[in-house]
Design a protein. Structure first.
Length: 579
């Protein structure tokens, strides 16, 4: 089967592996010489027992010993070099796929039916990289040369060769039993370990709430339950794998002793020399070493193989982001045309057939009850979610015509729950750029009215903050998040409940920032519950149960809502009087 006939995900992995094709050939060549030099020990023993001892020649022993020392040194150097080469092959494989897998994992969270492999994508890539650099894969390079050692044993005596073949067949059966027996326990152990780590990470992220609500005991009990399941499945998998490892080791040692015993018998009946007896035992150990190593490293081999399969499925279901034409910086004109949104992992739509338009310099307030679809609209406007139907166009181009990173430069987003990353305040405002633009950082902070607040911190803009813990209040985090949304002069700014953690001064500063953004020709969307958040809004979009109830100038929409509310109340009063 050619690469063109393979599934797309499998083909991507093979293409990444083929980048090191020449290095694999180098390792294969080194493996040939390493295994050839493995004959040094048996040949040395053969000559010592059959020539040196019979001739009692010190000169021959000295010459053989120096030659053997040199050959073993060369073997060690070649073995060391091929290990280093495979280490770089694994690193190249992972580096070549890091961005692709990272992007696929991120994108999968925005899909309605995200593949389950997305949760472990980065771990799967690491598992494959560890397999490539492990002794288990090196054993596969040595395995093809095992017939060379069996041939050497057959040359000594056919009976010894038959015993070696029988032993190898038994070890291969053990290896196959190991594969079929330990596969499910290893999969269960990996799944349980991942679930335990994820729960522990979630508890650490919410440590403040856990402490404040007295949840430490309950959180520990739940974590311990997940941890206990992980330990149980890990022990079960280790027991199964350890059984086969011990069996393989014991049988291999017995086989070498059996080879010595058979060789001794053949020596006694004058069909074999003592040197050949010792050499045959050494050759058998070398021939069986790759099989024993594979059985011992089977857990690592299994995890790497599962990682490869998971990555193939993930990359198959999350296509590679095609290169898009770089469009000029858009004007702040946005149009939603019959937009329907289905949140990832759900079957019911959050927004249905929603249409509206916004022009430069406008602030649009989006109001509605909790669960009406305001946050869903925010995620679609920023390109986080893709519409299931309809289009959102920015300056005439659909949002999916922009590369996600390019679109992010034109859009500012302040989510309901603002999270900071580990780093400095400057780095957070600069969206974790490796080369933050100080002027743009300060300009964004001033627009968000956060500049003076930041200067009061111990190290100002260079103050270290953490994504999980810190001394910043919710209002301070929200104002830094607003500055981050404004970094880089975006044309569209989406603010989801921007004043939920702000005091009165913070709300005044927010309205001042909105007024400035309007003056700069930006379009601002404010998803809000509080009336103070829509103070600077020109237009109002009312969403009810995922559909547009009203859209137009703020005063007209508010008047219409109040009138409808009064009409409903009068109707209810009349109905009550009749009853």
């Amino acid at each position: 089967m050619s690469d063109q006939d393979l599934p797309r995900g499998e083909a991507e992995l093979i293409a990444a592996r083929k980048q090191s094709r020449r290095l694999y050939w180098v390792v294969g060549l080194f493996s040939f010489f390493v295994n050839l030099l493995m004959l040094t020990g048996p040949l040395y023993m053969l000559n010592v027992y059959d020539r040196v001892l019979s001739s009692r020649s010190f000169e021959t022993l000295l010459a053989l010993s120096f030659l053997v020392g040199f050959l073993y040194a060369m073997m060690g150097i070649l073995d060391f070099v091929r290990g280093r080469v495979m280490g770089r092959v694994g690193a190249r494989f992972q580096a070549g796929l890091d961005r692709r897998v990272f992007g696929a994992v991120l994108k999968a969270t925005t899909l309605q039916r995200a593949p389950r492999q997305a949760a472990t994508g980065l771990r799967d890539l690491e598992a494959v990289q560890r397999l490539i650099t492990s002794p288990a894969l090196m054993a596969l390079f040595d395995l093809p040369w095992a017939p060379l050692f069996f041939l050497g044993i057959f040359i000594f005596h056919p009976l010894m060769g038959l015993l070696a073949i029988f032993g190898a067949a038994v070890l291969l059966v053990v290896a196959l039993l190991n594969q079929f027996t330990t596969r499910k326990p290893l999969e269960a152990a990996n799944a349980a370990s991942f679930a335990s780590e994820r729960l522990g990470a979630h508890i650490r992220e919410e440590s403040e709430m856990v402490h404040s609500l007295g949840m430490r005991g309950s959180a520990f009990d739940r974590w311990q339950m997940a941890r206990g399941k992980s330990l149980d499945t890990t022990i079960e998998a280790a027991d199964a794998s350890g059984t086969f490892t011990a069996l393989t080791k014991a049988f291999r040692l017995f086989l070498q002793s059996a080879m010595l015993g058979l060789g001794a018998y053949l020596v006694l009946i004058n069909e074999l020399s003592p040197g050949a007896m010792i050499a045959g035992s050494i050759l058998l150990g070398r021939a069986l070493a790759p099989i024993e190593l594979l059985v011992g490293q089977w857990a690592l081999f299994q995890r790497g193989r599962d990682g490869w399969r998971n990555l193939a499925v993930l990359l198959e279901q999350i296509p590679y982001e095609k290169e898009r034409t770089v469009l000029p910086k858009p004007k702040a004109r946005i149009v939603a045309d019959q937009v329907t949104v289905v949140p990832p992992g759900e079957a019911q739509s959050a927004l249905r057939m929603l249409s509206f338009a916004a022009s430069p310099g406008q602030a649009i307030g989006v109001i509605g009850a909790s669960g009406a679809g305001k946050s869903s609209l925010a995620r679609v406007l920023t390109g986080v979610w893709q519409p299931a139907g309809g289009k959102i166009r920015l300056d005439g181009a659909a949002l999916d015509q922009y590369d996600p990173d390019v679109l992010g430069q034109h859009v500012g987003y302040l989510p309901q729950r603002v999270q900071l990353f580990d780093g400095t305040i400057k780095e957070n405002i600069a969206r974790m750029s490796m080369m933050p633009d100080d002027a743009k950082v300060i300009a964004a902070a001033k627009t968000a009215d956060a500049h003076e607040m930041i200067l009061r911190f111990p190290d100002g803009y260079d103050t270290k903050v953490s994504g999980t813990t810190g001394r910043l209040s919710g209002g301070q985090i929200q104002r830094i998040g607003l500055a981050r949304a404004l970094y880089g002069d975006p044309v569209i700014v989406v603010l989801d409940e921007p004043n939920s953690n702000l005091d009165n001064d913070g709300s005044v500063a927010l309205n001042k920032a909105i007024k400035q953004m309007k003056a700069e020709g930006k379009v601002v969307f404010i998803m809000a519950h509080r009336p103070s958040a829509i103070q600077e809004c020109d237009m109002l979009l009312v969403i009810e149960n995922g559909t547009r109830r009203a859209f137009g100038p703020k005063d007209e929409v508010l008047a219409e809502i109040v009138k409808n509310h009064s009409d409903i109340k009068r109707s209810e009063g009349k109905a009550g009087g009749v009853s």
